[in-house]
Structure formats: C-alpha cells, structure tokens
Design a protein around this ligand. Sequence first.
Ligand SMILES: [Ca+2]
Ligand SMILES: [Ca+2]
Length: 235
Amino acid sequence: MNNARQHPEPTDVTTAPTPAARRARPRRGGFTLLECALAMVILGVGVLAVIEAQSAFFRANEFSSLAAQGGYLAGEVRERMRGLTKHDPVTGLFLQSGAAVGWGPETGETMEADFDDIDDYNGAIFGGSATGARPGPIDARGQIILQVDFDGNIEMNGAAQVALRNWIQTVEVVKVEPTNSATTRAPNYERLTANSDGPAVRVDQLSMRVTVIVTYQGMDDATPREMARLSWLVP
Ligand SMILES: [Ca+2]
Ligand SMILES: [Ca+2]
C-alpha cells in the first residue's frame, strides 16, 4: 500500500504566504499619491473655511463701522436743527394765491449757515457732487467734517482741506397732520374749519416730520448704501 498517496506531503508554507501574513507585511516609508491628494483636499477645505470666516468677519466689521458712522452723521444734523422754529422766524409761512410762501430757504438764505428754520432744510443735500448738493457732510456746528488719514492728519488738496469722502446727508421735511403723523400734507395745505380730518389748522400750524438719510458709497459700491435714517416729529 502506498502511504505517500494516502497522506500527501504538506506543501511548504514558507514559500506561499497566507493573506494574513501579507496584511502583516511591514509598509515601506513615504506616502502614496492617493494619500497626498486626500491630504491636500482636506487642507484645502480647511484653508477655504478660514478664508471664508475671515471674510465674513471683515464684512460684519465694516458694516458695524459704517452703521455707527452713519448714525453719528444723522445725529449731527438733528443736533444742528435742534431749537429751530418750524417756519421762518421773520416771514413765517403764509399763502399767496394758494401757494405757500416761506417753504424752503427764504431770499438771501443761500448758505447752510443762513438757514434759520426747519423748512429751510427741506431737500438739502450735504456732501457728494449731485446737482444742488452743498458742501458736507456737516457736523452739529454746521462745519464740514474733514477727511482724516490713518495718522490722524487732515487730508489736503493743495491748500484746501478735503471733506469726508463717500458720505452724504440728505434732509426731508414734510408737513403732517397734528393728530395723525402718518398723514402727510402739501406745504400749502390748511383747513379753515374742523372736519373729519381734524381740527381747523392754518397753513403754518401743522406738525412736521424731519427725516435725515445718510448714505455711503465706497469704491466697491455701484450705488450709495443707506447706512442711517433718523426721523423725528416737530409738533
Ligand atoms: Ca429761513
Ligand atoms: Ca423757510
């Protein structure tokens, strides 16, 4: 009987490694191309996230600064107009052939320094180069606010001081019903007898609403951005 055929000799395991042995084989040094690519993708995503976060921070920071500056510029105009009478202290507001005389600056009131009543400011624009715009922006004393550089020095254009760039203050004045400020009236409106709209009021007896709008237009802005709007009622 041939024992060799019934019990074959075992194969030499040292020449044919098992899968487990292959997995346990020590790795060579260095990284594969796939590992490098993955690392670069992960790093890239991280860098992009940091850049985006930083950009969002700058945008929020810029908006906060501009909103604060806008609020300041609106407050300066309000302070400037504080204490003025509704209509001219000398000539007032009256009707002539149905038209309101005295609404807006009176004859000879050409400069902002000449304005002596609230309606003089209607439509006034301080800053910018639009038609009819006045020098500005202005502060509560009526002085032009100047452009200051990073060192705190006033910017000069030759011998002239440069006004604060990019900012414009616009003033709107409108007559409103004394009992309902949501109802606006034309400058020449008056009601000689009481009716369902309210009591009798002469042309100069209605309330007024003043609104200061402050806009900013930086180099990257295609159009001006409204940064502040301040309204108040003058009874
Ligand atoms: Ca006046
Ligand atoms: Ca006036």
